[in-house]
Design a protein around this ligand. Structure first.
Ligand code: T4K
Length: 421
């Protein structure tokens, strides 16, 4: 008989994880993967990217005060406090909070005059490319280093043309780009350098906090990020001129009640979003500790399995551990990535194929850049799975996810047969 795992129901706790233990009839305690007819390991879907909440009472107090003050948007006190806290935490002069990370990228790209062609990885969330293409700046896709999953500086340099105005590096999974090499290339070729640091709040490169590299860096505080503002983002920069320009552009270009000096848009963060961000900032060390513990748990539980590797974080750097990335080598693992994904989904473990198939193989880029071939991007994007983590995932859930994976590898033959039917 299947036994549901005890659920947590206390107010302020993450939603209960209802785990189904292996059937009592199975003497070894081994699971039968659901894809082969076993009971799914989780009664409810186990998601990647379940939001962190932080101190709910503190959040409600802030929201109450905001409602009393009748100030909901347009640079209110909570947004100002959020910006100051972030700038101080990262050691940067300016932080401009925005309504989401994509808009922050669009503002930064425009504010830095990145026109013509901009070199960008294809192995990233599609927003990085869309933020360029949306304003008719052409993303020139560049390959990655297959070990770091980040821009390969040598390939960046090969793709520079007379049309190139800038480079966007993405600190994928929170692991820093080769900031030194990219800053060197940008300086020698007089290019703008922007970092999409959507995954990298609280991380470092060469011991220096992410946020002050290049001309500017951009964060996402989307609900799925370990520090979230429901929806939100920010541009951070040490450049006074750029910051002043972006500040105006974020608010329609207004310099006074009736004066507009720039083409602008509405990219403002709301007060309620800042309330969430401020509350999250107060719990950030705890979120990172949980992510770190989860990452270590997966590393231990999955160690020694053939063809599987949990991507490590550099111990010499600060990391937020918000993504647990499993790399599956189809030459050594009895199941390939897509087969494993189907096994996990059948067991209600909603692992994600971030960032398959790579932007260059999505529209409109597939049509705009026909024949674009990025061998490392294509290989890695077919090998990677993001596993559930964050405060909604506990140690026992990780043991169960790992037990499903182990059971799947043992039953690879029948699983392949079932999937082929
Ligand atoms: N650059 C990079 C490198 C990025 O990764 C992103 C965003 C951006 C730029 C753009 O930043 P934003 O404009 O988004 O601020 C999700 C997020 O929507 C996206 O923010 C994030 N990257 C990307 C990596 O992941 P999807 O398409 O996977 O979202 P979705 O709806 O499938 O949700 C992911 C999982 O999270 C699901 O399993 C459900 C769970 N979830 C989601 C939400 C919104 C929850 O449990 N609760 C929730 O409230 O893109």
């Amino acid at each position: 008989m299947a036994i549901p795992h005890k659920s947590r129901t206390a107010k302020g706790q993450p939603p209960a994880l209802k785990i189904i233990e292996p059937d009592e009839g199975q003497s070894t305690g081994e699971r039968l993967p659901a894809i082969l007819g076993g009971t799914p390991a989780f009664e409810e879907p186990l998601h990647v990217g379940r939001p962190n909440v932080g101190d709910r009472e503190r959040l409600m107090q802030r929201i109450d005060a905001m409602l009393d003050a009748r100030w909901f948007s347009n640079g209110g006190p909570l947004v100002q406090e959020f910006e100051q806290r972030i700038a101080k935490k990262l050691g940067v002069k300016h932080c401009l909070a925005t309504c989401n990370g994509t808009t922050a990228l669009m503002l930064a790209i425009r504010g830095l005059d990145m026109k013509g062609e901009v070199i960008v990885p294809s192995f990233t969330f599609v927003a990085t490319a869309h933020a360029l293409q949306w304003q008719q700046t052409r993303p020139v896709f560049c390959d990655i280093d297959p070990v770091t999953h980040n821009l390969d500086p040598a390939d960046v340099e090969r793709r520079i043309t007379s049309e190139t105005t800038g480079i966007i590096g993405v600190h994928l999974w929170g692991r820093p780009c080769d900031t030194t090499a990219l800053e060197d290339i940008a300086r020698r070729h007089q290019l703008r350098l922007l970092f999409d640091a959507s995954h990298a709040f609280g991380c470092s490169s060469g011991g220096r906090k992410i946020g002050s590299f290049g001309d500017a860096e951009v964060f996402s505080f989307h609900a799925t990020k370990f520090l979230n503002t429901f929806e939100g983002g920010a541009v951070v920069t040490n450049n006074d001129e750029v910051a002043a320009k972006l500040r105006l552009m974020r608010n329609f270009g207004f310099t006074g009640y009736d004066t507009v000096e720039y083409l602008g848009m509405n990219a403002k963060m709301t007060e309620v979003c800042a309330a969430m961000g401020l509350t999250g900032l107060e719990s950030i060390d705890q979120f990172i500790a949980v992510n770190r513990r989860n990452h270590a748990g997966y590393c231990t539980q999955l160690a020694g399995l053939p063809g599987l590797k949990v991507l490590p974080f550099d111990k010499a750097e600060r990391s937020n551990f918000q993504y647990v990335i499993l790399e599956i080598d189809p030459d050594d693992c009895p199941l390939n990535r897509d087969e494993l994904l189907r096994v996990l989904h059948a067991d209600q473990i909603l692992a994600r194929r971030y960032f398959f198939p790579g932007c260059h193989r999505m529209e409109p880029y597939r049509t705009l850049s026909p024949g674009c071939s990025l061998p490392h991007t294509e290989t890695i994007s077919e090998r990677v799975l993001a596993l559930p983590t964050g405060t909604a995932v506990d140690h026992h859930a990780i043991e169960v996810v790992a037990s499903v994976i182990r059971a799947a590898l043992r039953a690879a033959g029948p699983i392949r047969h079932t999937l082929a039917l």
